[in-house]
Design a protein around this ligand. Structure first.
Ligand SMILES: *[C@@H]1O[C@H](CO)[C@@H](O)[C@H](O)[C@H]1NC(C)=O
Ligand SMILES: *[C@@H]1O[C@H](CO)[C@@H](O)[C@H](O)[C@H]1NC(C)=O
Ligand SMILES: *[C@@H]1O[C@H](CO)[C@@H](O)[C@H](O)[C@H]1NC(C)=O
Ligand SMILES: *[C@@H]1O[C@H](CO)[C@@H](O)[C@H](O)[C@H]1NC(C)=O
Ligand SMILES: *[C@@H]1O[C@H](CO)[C@@H](O)[C@H](O)[C@H]1NC(C)=O
Ligand SMILES: *[C@@H]1O[C@H](CO)[C@@H](O)[C@H](O)[C@H]1NC(C)=O
Ligand SMILES: *[C@@H]1O[C@H](CO)[C@@H](O)[C@H](O)[C@H]1NC(C)=O
Length: 533
């Protein structure tokens, strides 16, 4: 709750810093030292959002990255202090584009168009190591178009991975618990172990195309997380021996599966058989000198010739390496040549291991975005792996973070109208109106219109402003006495994209319209974290 006190402080500091309030900070010493708190965030006059405040600890050439980076950052910041379980879409300059409840499971092509995938469900009790739930796809209007989960596994889909194939099938992870005699591993005879399941399901029909269970193929002795480190081995807290965290279906039908606890990648045939292992105790490959897989995440094969992954170097209970890295390794997909070599390596701006999470996203030009997992940074790297800039979204260096951080192009045109709030003024003179449109990417200006009950279809133009931040402020001096208003979102060509609902100066001259997109999504989503602060 102490973050509540941070708002005014943040504003003061923002004005004394290099960057303006709401725009990402650059090399802000107070941010980095923690003087602004564990979770500096942005606030608005009216819009009910508190997105994280970015600080470019290693700035791009132009700060705050107006020109260097194109697209939007998508991620779900999480940690103990900040509000959790929401996806934020940020401009590279740190201003908010949209906020959606749920856990971000990537942007995916479905039926030929980009969709945002969100996970909702229950975490493992007392932990957030894995979960059971379901996945919803939102189209560019933020309407849910699909809702699916795993089938007949006893638990629903987990949040570690989603891939959507060109056949409109979903590839998901799940962690079904199984009763097991764990005495050989130092656990109870009547113990419980968490399996690592992969399932491919046809999204439209729910037909299961493929199910794979780690326990049928990988013995717990192959892995590194002891009972006690990752689960107690009891019903309420099964031993998380495998910890599946990424799957990628290959064009030949094989599946690349990453197991964090076994420090290994597995290429799995559609029959379920393991074709080869890379890393871990039974590697079929020889890793280059100085490279060892350590609690890794987000493995992806590219072009049948390289594999990328985020190498954590640590788990929540152990540190094995001095710092995390993003790897791009060259290898022989057919495992004839066993030698793996280094193509290039991404090093973090702050040299630390990462106890959980992490991602390496390759952009079309060969550059990459690395999310540093439990360390609250992300960075862009050139095609040789050299760091170009690094942004932090909390000064906390441990167990805060984001599961994966992605840079994507996206067009958001919400069907829900823009929101507005008229400031509480005791007269109808000097009216201030705040306008925002959660998730809309095409607004470049706002216009304010006034009208009367007798002329609802003939609104009079009162004010216009360029949009430079999530929320915009419009003003009206009240001379003509209008008491009913609406705002219009204007695109780059000057065309009206949409009007807000009309709002009047009511009896107490106060009107709030809460964010309607959130309201609609909350109708079926569990988390309501935005309003907690
Ligand atoms: C799509 O389905 C066809 C026919 O079953 C199959 O041959 C192909 O491998 C599938 N593609 C993917 C990406 O799963
Ligand atoms: C459990 O496994 C151990 C060996 O690992 C064995 O000695 C013991 O008999 C087993 N217990 C049961 C109930 O099967
Ligand atoms: C894969 O190949 C394409 C086309 O040759 C190339 O543009 C891309 O950078 C390659 N990806 C990686 C990760 O090497
Ligand atoms: C608006 O402001 C007036 C005067 O300050 C106050 O009495 C009233 O309670 C306010 N209304 C709301 C809804 O905050
Ligand atoms: C109108 O409101 C603005 C913003 O609240 C304030 O700065 C300004 O002084 C007000 N003007 C008058 C004439 O009250
Ligand atoms: C932030 O970036 C967005 C997208 O490029 C731009 O529209 C907006 O004007 C920028 N805001 C500021 C305050 O620089
Ligand atoms: C999706 O499915 C889950 C589980 O059946 C359900 O609780 C939820 O309301 C559904 N959401 C939508 C948008 O259909």
């Amino acid at each position: 709750m102490f973050v509540f006190l941070l708002g005014p402080l943040l504003l003061l500091v923002a004005f004394s810093g290099k960057c303006l309030a709401s725009v990402a900070f650059c090399e802000n010493a107070d941010y980095e030292s923690g003087a602004l708190g564990t979770s500096p965030y942005q606030t608005y006059q009216a819009a009910p959002f508190h997105p994280i405040q970015l600080n470019y600890a290693l700035p791009p050439t132009e700060c705050p990255a107006n020109n260097d980076v194109s697209g939007y950052f998508f991620f779900t910041p999480s940690g103990v202090v900040m509000m959790q379980d929401h996806i934020i879409i940020l401009n590279p300059n740190g201003t908010l584009v949209g906020a959606i409840p749920g856990i971000f499971l990537g942007l995916h092509k479905y039926n030929g168009a980009d969709h945002i995938a969100i996970w909702d469900g229950q975490y493992e009790p007392g932990h957030q190591a894995y979960g059971r739930g379901y996945i919803v796809l939102l189209d560019h209007t933020y309407s849910p178009v699909a809702n699916f989960t795993t089938v007949n596994l006893g638990v629903g889909a987990d949040f570690h991975e989603l891939e959507i194939t060109s056949n409109q099938t979903a590839i998901m992870t799940a962690y079904p618990p199984r009763a097991a005699n764990l005495s050989a591993y130092g656990g109870p005879e009547d113990g419980y172990i968490a399996d690592g399941a992969v399932q491919e399901v046809d999204i439209a029909t729910g037909r299961v195309l493929f199910t794979w269970r780690a326990l049928e193929h990988v013995d717990p002795s192959e892995c590194y997380a002891a009972i006690g480190d990752a689960g107690k081995g009891i019903r309420e807290h099964p031993w998380d021996y495998f910890h599946i965290n990424s799957i990628q279906k290959q064009d030949d039908g094989n599946y690349l599966i990453s197991s964090r606890q076994c420090h290994a990648l597995y290429l799995v045939h559609p029959s379920g058989d393991i074709i080869w292992r890379m890393g871990g105790k039974k590697s079929d490959f020889v890793l280059p000198k100085g490279i060892e897989f350590s609690w890794q995440h987000h493995a992806r094969i590219h072009n049948h010739s390289t594999v990328s992954l985020f190498n954590n170097g640590a788990a929540n209970w152990v540190e094995d390496l001095p710092f995390a890295q993003g790897f791009l390794l060259k290898f022989d997909y057919n495992n004839v040549d066993k030698e793996v070599s280094i193509k290039n390596i991404r090093n973090p701006f702050n040299r630390k291991p990462s106890a959980s999470r992490g991602s390496v996203q390759f952009l079309e030009n060969g550059e990459s975005i690395v999310g540093w997992g439990s360390v609250s940074y992300f960075s862009q790297h050139d095609a040789n792996g050299e760091i170009k800039w690094s942004a932090q979204f909390s000064p906390s260096q441990n167990d805060f973070g984001a599961y994966r951080v992605f840079l994507h192009n996206w067009v958001g045109r919400p069907t829900i109208p823009p929101s507005m709030q008229i400031s509480n003024t005791s007269t109808s003179k000097n009216i201030t109106v705040y306008a925002w449109w959660n998730g809309a990417t095409e607004v470049s200006a706002w216009k304010l219109f006034g009208f009367t009950a007798s002329t609802p279809s003939a609104p009079t133009f009162l004010d216009a402003v360029s949009k430079v931040d999530f929320e915009s402020t419009l003003r009206y001096n009240g001379e003509e006495g209008y008491e009913t208003f609406r705002v219009a979102a204007i695109d780059a060509n000057g065309e009206i994209l949409a009007y807000s609902d009309a709002a009047s100066l009511g009896g107490n001259t106060f009107h709030v319209k809460e964010d309607s997109l959130l309201q609609v999504l909350y109708r079926y989503m569990r988390a309501v974290f935005f309003f907690e602060l």
